[in-house]
Design a protein around this ligand. Sequence first.
Ligand code: AMP
Length: 454
Amino acid sequence: MKKAITKKPVAAKDDATTKKSKKIKIFNRLRGVRDVLFDEYRYWDLVTKKATDLANAYGFKRIDTPVLEKLELYERSSGKTSDIVTKEMYSFVDKSGEKIALRPEATPGLVRAYIEHGMFNLPQPVKMFWLGPAFRHDKPQAGRYRQFNQLNLEMFGEAGPVADAQLILIAYNFFREMQVDVQVQINSIGCKDCRKDYLDKLVKYYKDKTRHSKLCLDCKKRILKNPLRLLDCKEDKCVAMRAEAPQIVDTLCEPCREHFVKVLEYLDDTSINYNLNPFMVRGLDYYNRTVFEILPVEGSTESRQTSLGGGGRYDELVEYMGGRATPACGFGIGVERTILKIKEKNIPLKKEEEADVFLAQLGEASRRRSMILFEELRRAGIKVGQMFTKDSLKIQLEEANRMGVKFSLILGQKELSDGTILIRDMESGVQEVVDLNKAKTEIEKRLNNHIEKK
Ligand code: AMP
């Protein structure tokens, strides 16, 4: 029985009149967010494929978490005084009065998931691969967006320095295998015990009268609330003052020092380009011991200072968030920034073969038969191109040429009534008539011959 089609002529007419009489508002995307269009997706595929291949090779399993989480999750984990939470997080009260945040970074959600799903019961380490969007209300500029994508690898339940080194190696390999030259900047920020002595020294250094008066307003607050972040400030005068500041590596306790030395020894065994950066602390509360960032080697001075990725250890976070004491470490890499680098370097993308065969049709009856044949070929695993929306054979064959197919199948009215189809070798232009019902086997035979000749 045919379904009744409900028509709404009145509404349609109304729409048309409104369009004529009113100027229609065109919507643009919000500031700092992007549409990923067709060409860009080729880079996306490249980056996500490389990440997936590496994650698989090193035994990390894919996991996803919601974009929306409780605001408190980030306040507690990333830190109430962190820039992410105080300045950049998108948060709101939802319709049931709950305080919600759009994910500004992946780690807190992954820690929540580890605890919530009792993953400490799994064989450790638990190795997660995550890929998804994050949101930060930052000042938009090249490579800095309000919605961007990160890929993260996180390892839970392994305290040994080999975990830190392996993560750094994977992040490094990710870029190297995409021909993007990077350098890893690495530091150790110790544990809460040895950091205490260091913070005393640091505060003393910055409280010196002449220095204190030169600090930016934010840093004056940082001295009181979170002195380690003094080292993170991007203001020129604060950066200059940092040069003489005490270095945390000089005050590491013995276990932290030993851990750091081991990480560096592992790295020395590889060909990783790394550099010790005694002032890198990363802007989040949860890190301890190893912290690292990945910076591009090439590009303008500004772009060389814009990190492509970063990470470190967070041995206390799982317990702090209510789980069992579980050491952990991980990193995040920015997808958009990686793509910008690949484009900047003009690295050619491999052209994906769109199709091996093109199916062209002439006339309504042939089109209907072609649609059935298309499904038959597709199900047999043959990559088929088509343009069933077009009538002109010329346009269809132009598309076949653009796709670079080896053969075109042409079904005209005459062929249809004879029960045949034409196979055109696109290179030689030679055409053959074959039985329409044997089209699949005939094309398979030719494709196989083509491969053998190669
Ligand atoms: P973070 O979590 O801040 O260490 O960031 C890790 C990586 O995510 C950075 O190295 C960038 O590649 C990327 N990233 C961070 N913030 C942004 C942003 N606003 N826009 C684009 N990419 C970003």
